[in-house]
Write a protein of this length. Structure first.
Length: 314
């Protein structure tokens, strides 16, 4: 998919692909150019998306072969990394190639448009860690990410060789990522695999969903412990899509406890004292990019998740 930010504010002209025949214009523009639904609608409202040379409403159903002309927005200036103190950010391991951190809740992996809170990259800069210069300026050294509301183990590349090796390892699924999640109810079967494609939610910009034609997404899980209202799962990701665990279990009607964005019961969330999803990056295993040795890093549950488990067990 073409990124709007890669387009540099250019005007793009192309025929509507067969696969988008009958789709709303705002959805088609969103899919073709990697824009959010809101951004696509804004372009159409401004007259920057024409069908066969004419302005059309967002609800217009496009036809395969119609000529689409879209003037994409100029890319925003990339956010800069500002060294900062990040309370709770713990360095688990560091050498010349990598730094592994235990990320607290409320911290983003790297700066991004609209995010003004603390970041892992800013926190590492604040305590003097030099990070690889590979990657986009605002996320140099970042080879994988955790959601702001997800805690646990995260690795960052410090050297160029580490960045290259780890990016390749993640791409070819040579990294074992294990999460622990507490989901509502009891998945059936108790152990299994969810193989369902994920893409942006068709109606909500900030959410993702299981949708036909989305990116292949595979989640393996085993039940560790069952409670009357919920289950503690060990989850292994084969792919790494945005919100993958949250989306997959929500699609099975077993959302992560506390995850109100994806349909969790607010009454249960309040009883457990949770203001975010019960989801923790428990461990990360990979071949060290410098030595080739297999390394594993493990994170204990933070206080809010541990307290919620105690309440479930009582």
């Amino acid at each position: 998919m073409t990124s709007a930010f890669a387009a540099g504010g250019d005007t793009r002209s192309l025929p509507v692909p067969d696969g988008l025949d009958g789709m709303r214009l705002d959805q088609a523009v969103s899919r073709l150019f990697g824009l959010s639904r809101t951004a696509a609608a804004g372009l159409i409202d401004a007259g920057d998306a024409l069908v066969d040379g004419a302005a059309r409403p967002n609800s217009h159903k496009v036809k395969a072969g119609s000529w689409l002309e879209v003037t994409l927005p100029a890319p925003p200036a990339p956010p800069t990394v500002v060294p900062q103190a990040v309370p709770g950010l713990t360095v688990v391991y560091a050498d010349d190639d990598i730094v592994v951190v235990d990320k607290p809740v409320g911290v983003a992996a790297h700066p991004s448009p609209g995010w003004t809170g603390p970041t892992v990259i800013g926190g590492l800069a604040g305590i003097g860690h030099r990070i690889s210069t590979s990657g986009a300026a605002e996320r140099q050294g970042v080879v994988h990410r955790l959601d702001v509301g997800t805690t646990g183990i995260m690795a960052v590349a410090k050297s160029e060789r580490a960045y290259t090796a780890l990016k390749r390892a993640f791409k070819f699924r040579e990294v074992e990522k294990r999460y622990h999640a507490v989901v509502q109810g009891h998945p059936d079967p108790l152990s299994g695999t969810i193989d369902a494609p994920i893409d942006r939610h068709p109606h909500h910009d900030y959410r993702w969903a299981v949708v036909s034609g989305g990116k292949p997404s595979i989640t393996h899980y085993d039940t560790i412990e069952a409670f009357p209202a919920a289950s503690l799962l060990d989850v292994r990701l084969e792919t790494g899509r945005t919100h993958q665990i949250r989306v997959h279990f929500s699609s099975m009607r077993h959302p992560c406890v506390g995850d109100l964005t994806y349909g969790a019961d607010p009454t249960l969330s309040a009883r457990l004292g949770l203001s975010r999803q019960w989801l923790h990056a428990r461990s990360l295993s990979f071949a060290h990019p410098g030595t080739g040795d297999e390394v594993t890093f493990v994170s204990e549950y933070p206080d809010d998740l541990a307290r919620a488990l105690e309440i479930l067990r009582d």
